[in-house]
Design a protein around this ligand. Structure first.
Ligand SMILES: *[C@@H]1O[C@H](CO)[C@@H](O)[C@H](O)[C@H]1NC(C)=O
Ligand SMILES: *[C@@H]1O[C@H](CO)[C@@H](O)[C@H](O)[C@H]1NC(C)=O
Ligand SMILES: *[C@@H]1O[C@H](CO)[C@@H](O)[C@H](O)[C@H]1NC(C)=O
Ligand SMILES: *[C@@H]1O[C@H](CO)[C@@H](O)[C@H](O)[C@H]1NC(C)=O
Ligand SMILES: *[C@@H]1O[C@H](CO)[C@@H](O)[C@H](O)[C@H]1NC(C)=O
Ligand SMILES: *[C@@H]1O[C@H](CO)[C@@H](O)[C@H](O)[C@H]1NC(C)=O
Ligand SMILES: *[C@@H]1O[C@H](CO)[C@@H](O)[C@H](O)[C@H]1NC(C)=O
Length: 312
């Protein structure tokens, strides 16, 4: 009963806050971050941030999510314990004189490997391994090659070309993304580093500014790129004096010093896009098929990937 009274008290006096919480939760639940298979009988050799043994792929996905992975390698229990590609490669290697038995050890590896970064489109860190399949949050279309992975956060693209906010917004949309979400300390700090690192060409003393996914529709009502009110987040990094008292509805630019500046939306500055996590990939064949070293069950190889293959 008492808790009820407390509840009504809150409801009465903090109605606005409560409805905000509800609103923010709704946005959270709309963010669907799923893993999808992308490579069959292969794994990625990118840095593993956590690994464990799990019963099935669903457990691997929740383990990966809990460890903020953007991709994972999973080895189903039904697969044999050896990598047939390795055995094939060793067959002709007379110097090594490896006999198959040495590879037929009991399963002594973790069957769920969490990766902080996914494969970009060139698949340069994919290795043949009949024990594993590779799953990613970025399965369709695979992310563009020049995107930068910020471990556990996502894939980002800094455009050095200067554009106004609406043009920047459209450009991000055209690369299947949106202006980068910056409403957390880690996001602000890490994305800001992209600006710092880009300064190799112009070693001018000029401040580096880039539009990101935060602007206002009416004065004082800042909205993120996911259309969430800024009130859904605790973190703020406005530079002193910002947002200015007198202004038209404006747009937020990230500085190279991990702070936010409120500037005119028609100003032309650099901008940062964040690539959407997306899937499944319709080109991926049946992940339950048997592995073969002669005809790897990957429907496409790196060479066969054409942009048109990934258009919806
Ligand atoms: C391995 O040796 C066989 C013949 O013994 C040959 O046909 C095959 O091409 C060789 N494979 C590799 C990968 O060298
Ligand atoms: C593949 O992409 C990585 C970065 O994701 C890059 O370092 C590497 O040079 C690229 N390889 C090729 C062959 O383009
Ligand atoms: C990952 O695999 C690629 C391609 O097979 C290889 O060139 C690279 O050396 C491997 N990296 C590591 C860390 O094993
Ligand atoms: C995987 O194996 C196939 C042959 O079965 C080969 O064509 C391909 O280059 C291999 N890929 C890698 C990344 O080693
Ligand atoms: C990424 O590369 C593509 C071509 O491969 C280019 O059109 C695009 O401008 C590049 N984007 C950035 C942000 O460098
Ligand atoms: C602010 O961003 C939203 C999308 O998040 C966009 O619809 C709106 O046009 C932007 N406002 C301005 C002034 O550019
Ligand atoms: C933004 O830039 C684009 C392309 O240069 C231009 O067509 C558009 O009118 C500009 N929008 C505003 C609000 O200045």
């Amino acid at each position: 009963m008492r808790s009820h009274r407390v509840f009504y008290f809150i409801l009465l006096f903090k109605f606005a806050e409560l409805s905000f919480t509800k609103l923010c939760e709704d946005y959270q639940s709309k963010l669907k971050l799923e893993f999808y298979p992308l490579r069959h009988c292969q794994r990625s050799n990118k840095t593993i941030i956590a690994s464990t043994n799990v019963k099935n792929v669903k457990f691997c996905a929740s383990y990966a999510r809990a460890h903020r992975g953007l991709a994972f390698n999973f080895s189903p229990k039904s697969r044999e314990d050896k990598n047939y590609f390795e055995i094939e490669a060793n067959k002709n290697d007379t110097k090594k004189d490896v006999d198959d038995k040495s590879l037929e050890v009991a399963r002594d590896f973790d069957n769920c490997e969490v990766l902080a970064c996914p494969e970009n489109r060139n698949f340069s860190s994919i290795v043949n391994d009949t024990r594993f399949d590779y799953y990613t949050m970025y399965a369709y279309p695979p992310p563009i090659e020049n995107a930068t992975c910020i471990p556990s956060l996502g894939l980002f693209l800094l455009y050095k070309e200067r554009k106004n906010y609406s043009a920047a917004y459209s450009t991000c949309k055209s690369v299947k993304g949106q202006l980068a979400h910056i409403a957390s300390e880690r996001r602000t700090n890490e994305i800001s580093k992209l600006l710092l690192n880009s300064d190799k060409l112009s070693s001018t003393s000029k401040e580096m500014l880039a539009f990101v996914g935060l602007n206002e529709t009416t004065r004082g009502k800042f909205i993120t790129s996911n259309s969430e009110p800024l009130e859904c987040f605790d973190y703020r990094a406005f530079v002193p004096g910002h947002p200015p008292e007198i202004r038209k509805p404006s747009c937020v630019a990230l500085t190279d010093k991990a702070s936010w500046k409120v500037i005119s939306c028609i100003k032309k500055v650099m901008f940062v896009c964040e690539i959407f996590a997306n899937g499944p990939n319709p080109l991926v064949n049946n992940i339950h098929q048997k592995c073969s070293t002669k005809h790897p069950n990957n429907r496409y190889s790196v060479k066969q990937i054409k942009k048109s293959d990934f258009e919806p």
